[in-house]
Design a protein. Structure first.
Length: 371
């Protein structure tokens, strides 16, 4: 006879969910959604396309968060009914459905709980991600392209908008570097745990001897700046170079000098953009990325000063934050949180949620311990 008893698990889920709703504040979310609906209904909304896109995106996310909260409440109630039906009817199929639903709700609440941990100053911002090939020659360039594909597939699975700003292709295979935006709320807070040095160990497809090779790639994540951030960059602090956009193998994809490279002379920071149609658009996009990097640099300098004054200058991130091993065994392991997967193909296919969640939880725990 079936005797399902998930009362303890459901009680824990309800307790966790209550804490989450206290942080997310559904009443404030509903008020925010109503306010955005009023703005979105204005007849002149699309006179400013960039602002209109921001308003509609914010509205969509506020409505989605509200719907998710309401859905979880209903699913918890329905789960208790499902368990009761399984027990009363001695129904194996219903019992299996109840167990499956318990696992599903547990994951949904866990994902929502992670969102409440994103409380940093810039966490709600969209993100600008740059991937650069490191040591390892052509294997490193190929690895950088694998990471680019991994992150874009992760974004696509979540229906996040991705805009590739610049790609510098390597001569033989892969990319030297690539920069792209993930234009979604909390993209920076979510993806910032991916920043650091990534390591790949595999049997090299570019080595005639078929030997095992180790290569590296760096991932940089910065918040997308807003006009209110007021990052003023004097014209005499930058050098602007224009050049022709190019694709893999050096093939020209643009017959005009529309690509733009901006060098910030005081810091040596260099950014470029070649994927927009005009030089003006590429310059605007490159300036936005430069401002984002200067904003993050200012923040890091302020944090370093605080740590120095406090007598604690220990870095919180190691040089290598994740290893991807394809030979002699298969394993992807985060070297900070300890989370691992025995299926690298799925990880490179964009299955990053558990790595990101564990990284966010690790970061929050580390921050709490250092306070």
């Amino acid at each position: 006879m079936i005797n399902l008893d998930f009362s303890a698990e459901i009680a824990d889920l309800r307790s966790t969910f209550a804490s989450i709703t206290e942080v997310l504040n559904p009443e404030a979310l509903a008020a925010r959604a109503q306010e955005l609906e009023a703005v979105a209904s204005a007849p002149d909304l699309w006179d400013d396309v960039e602002n209109a896109q921001r308003v509609t995106s914010d509205l969509s996310h506020a409505q989605a968060d509200l719907k998710r909260i309401q859905s979880i409440e209903a699913r918890l109630d329905d789960l208790e009914v499902l368990i009761e039906l399984a027990n009363e009817g001695d129904d194996e199929a219903t019992a299996a459905e109840a167990k499956q639903e318990l696992e599903a709700i547990t994951k949904v609440i866990g994902d929502l709980e992670v969102q409440t941990l994103l409380d940093g100053e810039f966490d709600p911002r969209p993100a600008v991600i740059t991937i650069r090939a490191g040591a390892g020659g052509v294997d490193a360039a190929d690895f950088a392209e694998m990471l680019l594909r991994m992150y874009t597939r992760w974004a696509e699975q979540h229906d996040y908008r991705v805009n590739v700003l610049d790609t510098s292709y390597a001569e033989q295979a892969g990319v030297k570097s690539a920069t792209f935006e993930v234009d979604e709320p909390y993209a920076f807070g979510t993806l910032s745990v991916e920043a650091g040095t990534h390591r790949l160990v595999r049997m090299s497809p570019f080595n005639s001897a078929g030997s095992r090779e180790t290569s590296f790639a760096a991932v940089e994540v910065v918040p997308l700046i807003e006009q209110a951030d007021h990052i003023d960059i004097p014209d005499n602090d930058i050098r602007v170079d224009v050049f022709r956009s190019s694709g893999p193998g050096g093939q020209s994809v643009n017959t005009t000098d529309s690509a733009v490279r901006i060098t910030h002379l005081p810091t040596g920071i260099v950014v470029s953009c070649q994927n927009e149609k005009s030089q003006i658009q590429n310059r605007a996009a490159a300036m936005r990325v430069l401002q984002s990097r200067l904003l993050l640099q200012r923040r890091e300098e302020e944090e370093a000063k605080k740590k120095e004054l406090a007598g604690n200058i220990t870095a919180s991130w190691g040089d290598q934050m994740r290893s991807y091993v394809l030979a002699p065994y298969k394993m992807v392991k985060d070297l900070r949180s300890g989370h691992e997967s025995g299926n690298p193909d799925r990880v490179f296919g964009g299955d990053l949620d558990e790595f990101i969640s564990s990284g966010i939880r690790w970061r929050k725990t580390t921050q709490s311990e250092s306070m």
